[in-house]
Ligand binder design. Structure first.
Ligand code: TRP
Length: 348
């Protein structure tokens, strides 16, 4: 069978549904998705099963989180008329493809994945630096979720995956798996397209507490649905240069986490001025944080405004998910037919 080539490129990307999305998602990947949605066939996957690989004791959070994440998409300008927003657990072909990919993916490929390691530590599944030391805590599902993510990307035969920098090791694994699949079963043909990562061109932001990455539930992130008060509170708690103690001490923007946020969100000419005043000791940290809070409030307000009408129409939001998921399942069925034929396990 001749493989159907998509006339346009195809995007698949997504988010784990463990909480509302935040500014890290916005600059890391959401802006790219909005920008590219008219150029590519776009599939956005709400990865609830991947979310359950850490939250399996609380599956009851999923209906609300899925709704919130969908609202986040609509708020940033994902257009449901042209993008397919779909729900992972409602697409059985992803599970099927994960099992197949697991057949030929070696354990050591997973064991050395830096993102998996970081998360395993965050969730307390291990303390050392080797995933093997966590084997009595780590579940098979969590350890193997990057395989399932390769299935997420390829069940629609995607070419491009807009993601934040932390996801690059997962895309590399996916490319590895696709390469191996095609080599094993393609007889010289590309059955599954080799996808590429597209990483947002902003430096990785830490959480506003300066301690760790922005967490969906660590209280150190600005969420896309936060109100002005919450934004102010989170920013005012932020840590700046620890050596700048009094208002008029000269500061070091290059070590200040609040300044890292200015770099990303504040207009460039103001950023220079802030750096200069901070170094001279004429800008205190409180005033500096108030300035950042203002910038972030101005950024989030229009998102909240775009979210509100959808929030008032929950049935329309569900319809968007049902429609996107049906289209995705149909693509998944076509992919599985290609996969099974290539593997000669399409029997009767
Ligand atoms: N692992 C991603 C995250 O933590 C979410 C995700 C699941 C994803 N499946 C995907 C991202 C497929 C890109 C492509 O945010």
């Amino acid at each position: 069978m001749e493989q159907q080539k998509n006339s346009r490129g195809r995007i698949l990307t997504g988010d784990r549904s463990t909480g509302r999305l935040h500014l890290g998602h916005y600059v890391g990947t959401l802006l790219n998705r909005v920008k590219l949605q008219r150029e590519y066939d776009t599939f956005i996957l709400i990865a609830d099963i991947q979310g359950l690989s850490t939250h399996w004791e609380h599956p009851e959070i999923m209906p609300d989180v899925i709704r919130q994440v969908t609202l986040d998409y609509l708020a940033v300008g994902i257009d449901p008329e042209i993008c397919n927003i779909c729900v992972q657990s409602m697409i059985p072909q992803i599970a099927e493809l994960s099992v197949i990919y697991g057949l030929f993916t070696r354990m050591n490929k997973l064991r050395h994945n830096p993102t998996l390691k970081t998360e395993a530590k965050q969730y307390g599944y291990m303390t050392g630096d080797d995933l093997m030391t966590g084997f009595d805590r780590l579940t098979y599902g969590f350890f193997g979720y990057p395989i399932s993510q390769a299935a997420d990307i390829t069940f629609v035969r995607a070419n491009l995956v807009p993601v934040g920098g932390d996801q690059v090791p997962h895309i590399e694994l996916c490319r590895d798996i696709v390469g191996k699949f095609n080599q094993l079963y393609g007889k010289g043909k590309e059955i599954i397209p080799l996808p590429s990562a597209l990483v947002g061109d902003v430096p990785r932001l830490k959480g506003l507490d300066g301690q760790s990455s922005m967490g969906k539930s660590l209280g150190n992130a600005i969420h896309l649905s936060d109100d002005d008060k919450t934004i102010e509170k989170t920013v005012m708690k932020a840590i700046t240069d620890p050596q700048k103690i009094r208002k008029n001490d000269p500061g070091r923007p290059e070590v200040c986490n609040v300044f890292a946020y200015h770099r990303v969100f504040t207009p460039p000419d103001e950023v220079e001025q802030i750096a200069c005043e901070c170094r001279k000791g004429t800008l205190g940290c409180v005033a500096d944080k108030q300035r950042l809070a203002q910038v972030l409030k101005d950024l989030v307000r229009p998102l909240r405004e775009r979210r509100a009408p959808w929030e008032a129409r929950p049935d329309d939001v569900i319809d968007i998910l049902l429609k996107g998921t049906a289209i995705a399942r149909n693509e998944g069925a076509q992919t599985m037919a290609l996969v099974k034929e290539a593997m000669s396990i399409k029997y009767w």
